[in-house]
Design a protein around this ligand. Structure first.
Ligand code: PAZ
Length: 322
């Protein structure tokens, strides 16, 4: 039988059917529905530029159901956290799907030392922030609280590939009603291979039985389903990371065509903080970090916001033609 192109031949359905159910699924669904309802219809003449789903951090692949060991993907969450800040600044509401423990918006400039080093006890045993850290802590709290209190930031954590893809499916389908006002900015480093839940060892794998032979399945290509089924009108930006510069741009171009992305941002492990290349059907645009004090994400988000507003305008022009 021919494979169904929208579901990867049923592989996606079996992935979701076998995945362990998401913790707090009902609460997440409720928060998502409220967030999207609050921001839908605001994009045109309203204050809000749109709603963007930013994914950030690496997914893990557990090797045991009661997981002791897992395979991880490289990503600190820096790009997703920085991009979230710039999207909020540009007037977007952000759904931030992030790896637990990865970098968070507005916390990027806090000192990397222990959390407890950020505070000290005053004479009355009250908690104080040392003078050296006061400015960055105050700015972080002020910006973060503003985003939360104004209802512009919804944070959804994941650890495993199972949690990540279930969240992406929930957010994708919830954002469908936003049409072209929705944007996906998929910076998370997502596992390509995984151990299906039903064939995974239940308990910690014994080391006494010698070398470990394990077959990993391919993770179903969910970008295609996001584009075709979950949120077909949204503006979709995915990332492509490679270590070999000779194949990077051709892989990004292949992803653009294969998954119908609006933009694929190509980056190379050796210099991904300094330079990225935006690949679109109109060609390539290189974005460079102006200096060590700046973020490459600032200019990248500016360009994407401009492209997204053209994407929204396109709909308005199409409607006028009718
Ligand atoms: O999270 P980070 O700032 O350390 O790294 C960002 C990144 C390199 C993971 C991201 O830019 C990216 O390329 N994500 C997609 C990776 C992939 O090809 O699966």
């Amino acid at each position: 039988m021919a494979a169904d192109p929208t579901t990867g031949g049923g592989e996606a359905e079996s992935f979701f059917r076998a995945a362990p159910p998401l913790r707090d699924q009902d609460r997440v669904a409720g928060d998502l529905a409220d967030f999207v309802a609050r921001h839908s219809g605001n994009g045109g003449g309203g204050r809000l530029a749109g709603v963007v789903c930013v994914t950030s951090g690496g997914t893990t692949v557990p090797l045991e159901q009661r997981c002791v060991r897992y395979i991880d993907n490289f990503s600190s969450g820096q790009r997703g956290a920085a991009s979230t800040e710039y999207f909020l600044k540009a007037g977007y509401a952000v759904i931030f799907i992030y790896r637990r423990g990865s970098k968070q918006p507005y916390c990027r400039f806090l000192p990397e030392d222990s959390f407890l080093d950020l505070f000290e006890l005053g004479e009355e045993s009250d908690i104080q922030v040392p003078e050296s850290h006061a400015a960055v802590v105050k700015t972080a709290i002020r910006n973060y609280r503003k985003a939360i209190d104004e209802g512009l930031l919804l944070k959804l954590p994941f650890t495993t590939i199972f949690e990540y893809l279930q969240l992406l499916q929930m957010v994708g389908t919830a954002m469908n009603c936003l049409g072209r006002q929705g944007m996906f900015y998929l910076a998370a480093a997502v596992s390509d291979f995984y151990v299906p839940w039903e064939s995974m060892a239940k308990h910690k794998i014994e080391s006494a039985s010698g070398p470990l032979n394990m077959q990993l399945n391919q993770v179903p290509k969910m970008l295609f389903i996001l584009r075709k089924q979950w949120a077909p009108s949204a503006f979709c930006v995915s990332f492509k990371l490679e270590t070999d510069p000779d194949i990077l741009l051709q892989k990004a171009e292949a992803a653009l065509r294969k998954y119908g992305m609006n933009v694929v941002v190509a980056n190379e492990l050796a210099n991904y903080k300094d330079v990225v290349v935006m690949v679109t059907s109109n060609g390539r645009t290189t974005v460079r970090r102006p200096s060590k004090e700046d973020d490459v994400e600032e200019q990248l988000i500016d360009l994407l916001v401009e492209m997204h507003s053209e994407h929204i305008m396109q709909l308005n022009q199409d409607v006028h033609k009718l």
